[in-house]
Design a protein around this ligand. Structure first.
Ligand code: ADP
Ligand code: ZN
Ligand code: MG
Length: 603
């Protein structure tokens, strides 16, 4: 990737909705991952998509199936993990049953009954079923790149895989090494599976797919055996694609946890061995997908394994428009529907959310007895998705969006106006991972040493988000938790390790990293209780100073903060040069304003 440098990740965490008591409230995606982890015993699905059931630990839970969503994966998951399913009969009117329950009933019903029956037949033909339990599916997708809207860069990156799969012999003759493994990284619903299928479709090769979690269940040794089966099958059908969804389920860092997971380690080792074992000229390419690349074992990323990575972020406005166009293609749209406007109103939606939105809008139109989908249907669908089933999308409510814009604007301005801060590369209110917005700074040079001034500025920059919320909105939110944790951690190191506290003096107590002894966390503390108190006070002083400096900077530049906030709300992403422009300076040049500002606020 092009970005070399510090990514200041600014996380506004949504407080998870797991509640206390005997009945847990699970979001839909949480429910799915619990099912995938084998933690769900039974579910009962109600007429409105209400779901209740029990976990394997005996706890009851409730959840809901997003209205209008057609998620064949759900039924597949229930089936794969032997969850007992009951559908409750509807007591409401016939029409609402048809509208609400129908998609779900069809999906679950067809899959469970027809699916089971046909698989029984298929297994006789040596199809999907195999001796150690069926875990993978083989098909020849008709999907092409045209079905994947936007993401031109990602498509270009996988084009080489298509070329290779079309003619592995040509690579062999030329003595060239073809691609072996591609890791697709991005949030759920961004089209990773879709793109992988399109690679198979474009190359016209079999697509053998499996979910990471299906390897690691039940008995030790089964996972490794399944990996062997999978690769044996892929080689037999070569050229072919092996697609491993949720690879983090098997590919987590080994030995990272206190309790080791033998089954997972064995499965992972087997997979590494398989990938190392086959000659690239065989014509098998492994594509894996994850939304948690940070937990992957580094061994997976070594040359000859998943050494190519394709990042698939949430779609930007233009891409959202293209995705909406793909999904409403063939559906009659009213003259008042402007997909550009819909795209602008849906930051944070994934491709799956957008597909869902179009589908919902179509349902609203049908309900209203109309043949065409009108703007009002999109508006209603949008309300429903955001307000009714917030779990099913990453989308923000308007006031949250404003809070994120203010927060990120605060980080960016303090960064741009601080003496030692790295230049701002971009600010965005497009969510990425857990973060609802990100301010990214790029250092001019790669630094190996950081001065006390640089670290103090960095504390102030971290405070900038929360301070901006306080100044503009009059109160702070949960969104700054990560910033505070990061700042506290840094300030503590400055005092404890770097001797940067005048009161405590030039002492260094080494790393704070705890060590573990027999599972117990042990922190070394080579100093007296009284010293601890001084450390705590010094840390608090550093943090308060940083907060004061951020407050002074943002109060002085309140006007610019407001302008940046508006620009973010309008455009979602603003680059560093534009931030400079707002500050009335030539992009890239330090501003005299900043210098003055800094002297007045120096701690
Ligand atoms: P992921 O594997 O990243 O979780 P999927 O590939 O399963 O996401 O995407 C789910 C659905 O969302 C797709 O089947 C498709 O309908 C829709 N979708 C996602 N991204 C796109 C896109 N770029 N273009 C068109 N449809 C998309
Ligand atoms: Zn922040
Ligand atoms: Mg997927």
């Amino acid at each position: 990737m092009l970005i070399v440098g510090v990514v200041l990740t600014v996380a506004l965490f949504l407080v998870p909705s797991r509640t206390a008591g005997n009945v847990e409230q699970l979001g839909y995606s949480q429910l799915k991952s619990d099912i995938a982890a084998g933690q769900v015993t039974s579910v009962a699905i109600g007429p409105d998509g209400n779901i209740s059931g029990t976990l394997t630990n005996g706890t009851g839970f409730t959840s809901s199936y997003p209205l209008g969503l057609q998620d064949p994966q759900f039924a597949q998951l229930l089936d794969q993990h032997n969850v007992q399913v009951t559908t409750q009969p509807a007591r409401t009117s016939i029409s609402s049953v048809l509208l609400n329950l129908l998609p779900l009933a069809i999906v679950v019903g067809l899959f469970l009954w027809v699916g089971r029956a046909s698989r029984r037949q298929l297994s006789g033909l040596g199809g999907i079923g195999r001796s150690r339990g069926k875990v993978f599916d083989t098909e020849r997708p008709g999907t092409t790149f045209a079905d994947v809207a936007g993401y031109e860069g990602a498509k270009r990156e996988v084009t080489e895989v298509v070329d290779f799969l079309k003619q592995p012999d040509r690579y062999r003759r030329a003595g060239a090494v073809g691609p072996k493994g591609v890791l697709m990284v991005g949030p759920p619903g961004t089209g990773k599976t879709l793109l992988a299928r399109a690679v198979a479709g474009e190359a016209g090769v079999p697509f053998i797919s499996v979910t990471g979690s299906s390897f690691v269940e039940m008995f030790v040794g089964v996972g490794a055996a399944r990996v062997r089966d999978l690769f044996a099958d892929a080689r037999r059908r070569a050229p072919s694609i092996v697609f491993i969804d949720e690879i983090d389920a098997i590919g987590q860092r080994r030995g990272g946890q206190l309790v080791s997971n033998d089954e997972r380690d064995q499965t992972l080792n087997q997979m590494l061995a398989e990938m190392d074992g086959f000659d690239p000229a065989t014509g098998v390419v492994v594509i894996a997908a994850t939304n948690r690349p940070e937990v992957l074992d580094p061994a997976l990323l070594r040359p000859g394994r998943f050494d190519r990575q394709v990042v698939i972020p949430l779609p930007a406005q233009r891409e959202r428009r293209a995705i909406l166009a793909v999904h409403s293609g063939g559906k009659p749209l009213g003259p008042d529907v402007d997909l550009g406007v819909v795209a602008r109103g849906t930051p944070g939606f994934s491709g799956a959310d957008l597909a869902n939105l179009v589908n919902e809008a179509a349902i609203f139109a049908v309900r209203a007895g109309r043949q065409v989908i009108e703007a009002v249907d999109f508006a209603e669908a949008w309300d429903r998705l955001l307000l009714g089933h917030r779990d099913s999308s990453n989308a923000l409510l308007p006031d949250e969006k404003r809070a994120v814009a203010v927060h990120e604007g605060g980080h960016a301005l303090v960064a741009a106006l601080s003496e030692h801060g790295d230049p701002v590369a971009k600010v965005t209110i497009l969510p990425a991972g857990q973060a609802l917005g990100v301010t990214q700074q790029l250092p001019i040079d790669e630094r190996h040493l950081q001065s006390a001034g640089y670290l103090k500025d960095s504390l102030a920059i971290r405070m900038g988000g929360r301070v901006a919320e306080q100044i503009v909105l009059g109160e702070t939110s949960t969104g700054a938790a990560d910033d505070l944790a990061g700042a506290t951690d840094l300030a503590t190191r400055m005092v404890r390790e770097f001797g940067m506290s005048p009161t405590l003096g030039p002492v260094g107590f080494g790393s704070r990293n705890p060590t573990y002894l027999g599972g117990e966390e042990v922190r070394s503390r080579p100093y007296a209780e009284a010293t601890q108190r001084v450390i705590d006070e010094e840390v608090a002083t550093l943090l308060r100073d940083a907060e004061r400096r951020a407050t002074a900077t943002l109060t002085d530049h309140r006007h610019e903060l407001d302008r940046l906030t508006e620009l973010l709300l309008e455009r979602e992403t603003v680059n560093g040069a534009e931030v400079d422009e707002i500050l009335g300076r030539i992009p890239g040049q330090p501003s005299p304003v900043a210098a003055v500002d800094h002297t007045t606020t120096r701690s």
